[in-house]
Design a protein around this ligand. Structure first.
Ligand code: 2PG
Ligand code: MG
Length: 428
């Protein structure tokens, strides 16, 4: 036995930011430290994500996680007992083998990701290191360019508008701290504008203002006005970023904009987005088409990559193989990295590496259902991802992550390189 030998694996039910049950895992090592990880949960999900195992039935709307917790306490605990927490890849491989399914439906991606995160945290604690440093080893790190939601939409706002995230990227910021300062002003300005126009109606799932709009485009206009009201130049200080989450309203090449009562085919959808890129200072578009609409992705990226970052989320589901395929197709030029889409830290890192190898922009991302777990802040820094997406600038499950990066920036002092706008993929 060494100080980093796993001596106990435990799990309990805790509650996420939507008030739903989720899995918290704890991993104890021989030296006495305890690492902890909490599984997040998405609302708009790609069909190829690791399965979020829920009990079904009527308890907590079918969302309870008793089975996933039993899987951690039983088979997973037995399998990784007395393994070395420094062997993250072996531990993750062990869980994958034990699960034996392509989609992690037997043990549950939520059970596995909680354990995988807890193992990493325990290993970092054993070395008295912050997680980012443990993950980085000797590799360079950077403070991420934040992508911050101003208005929520889609599945995060009762489908009040069709598109899901109206975000800003502070492209003119010179440090991470400066980036958040700009965003704070813009978020507040957006709230003031909503109030003045009689449209203030609280916030959506990730803390963005509730999208009380007559059209999708109105949300873009309002975001531009918020940047101006905050004293910034749209496009120079802060630019727009959209997550269309088009799998939510696109079926077999038809995109139904419920708010506007109209349907678009692939070409119509591309035309609308290209027109927005023309008229608004947009630098990033995520999931512009449904996950099964490959040809539309390829055509759109060919037309738009000179202007914007095209991000695959539901399209790529943090999967290294799918990222390599998309790179070969030139179907996008950036990838969202969500650890629970993959199910283990090792697979998520492989996906990030595949993205980097392809020259893609890489964005570590939270889910719409989050918790006080701040591990992703450390992933973004320690994996040198370049960009971080956490939702909006309100609600503590979001602010905890933004604030954690401030602590890391402070600890790094002059050694902390801010990724800044250079983290966006080259527009070529
Ligand atoms: C997304 C995320 C975060 P969800 O689509 O990028 O905004 O949402 O966690 O619901 O998939
Ligand atoms: Mg998305």
């Amino acid at each position: 036995m060494t100080p980093t030998t796993i001596t106990r694996v435990h799990a309990r039910r805790v509650w996420d930011s939507r008030g739903r049950p989720t899995v918290e895992a704890e991993v104890r090592l021989a030296c006495g430290v305890v690492g902890r990880g909490i599984a997040p949960a998405g609302a708009s999900r790609g069909s190829r994500e690791a399965v979020d195992l829920r009990d079904g039935g009527t308890r907590h709307g079918g969302h309870d996680v008793a089975q996933a917790i039993a899987n951690v306490r039983g088979p997973i605990a037995r399998a990784i007992f007395e393994m070395d927490a420094l062997d993250q890849a072996d531990i993750d491989a062990k869980m994958i083998e034990l699960d034996g399914t392509p989609d992690k439906s037997k043990l549950g991606g939520n059970a596995m990701v909680a354990v995988s995160l807890a193992v990493a945290q325990a290993a970092a604690l054993a070395h008295d290191m912050p997680l980012w440093q443990h993950l980085a080893g000797d590799e360079p790190v950077s403070l991420p360019l934040p992508e911050v939601q101003i208005f929520g939409g889609g599945a995060h706002a009762g489908r009040r508008i069709d598109i899901q995230d109206l975000m800003v990227i502070p492209v003119g910021a010179w440090s991470y701290d400066d980036a958040l300062t700009m965003v704070a002003e813009i978020y507040r300005a957006a709230g003031a504008l909503m109030q003045e126009s009689g449209k203030l109606a609280g916030v959506a799932d990730e803390g963005g203002w509730w999208p009380q709009f007559a059209t999708n485009e109105e949300a873009l206009e309002m975001t531009v006005r918020a940047i101006e009201r905050a004293g910034g130049h749209p496009g120079t200080d802060a630019a727009l970023s959209l997550d269309i989450a088009a799998s939510e309203f696109g079926r077999e090449g038809t995109y139904t904009l419920a708010l506007e009562g109209r349907s678009l085919d692939r070409d119509g959808m591309a035309e609308m987005l290209l027109d927005w890129i023309e008229r608004y200072p947009i630098v990033s578009i995520e999931d512009p088409f449904a996950e099964d609409d490959r040809d539309a992705w390829i055509a759109f990226t060919r037309a738009a990559r000179h202007r914007v970052q095209v991000v695959g989320d539901d399209y790529l589901t943090t999967n290294a193989e799918r990222i390599a395929e998309a790179a070969a197709d030139a179907a996008c030029n950036a990838v969202l990295i969500k650890v629970n889409q993959a199910g283990t830290l090792t697979e998520a890192k492989a996906a990030l590496d595949a993205g980097k190898a392809a020259g893609f922009g890489t964005i570590v991302s939270a889910r719409s259902g989050e918790s006080e777990d701040v591990a992703i802040a450390h992933l973004a820094v320690g994996w040198n991802a370049g960009q971080l997406k956490v939702g909006s600038f309100a609600r503590s499950e979001r602010m905890a992550k933004w604030n954690e990066v401030l602590r890391i920036e402070d600890a790094l002092g002059g050694d902390g390189r801010f990724a800044g706008a250079a983290a966006l993929p080259p527009r070529k």
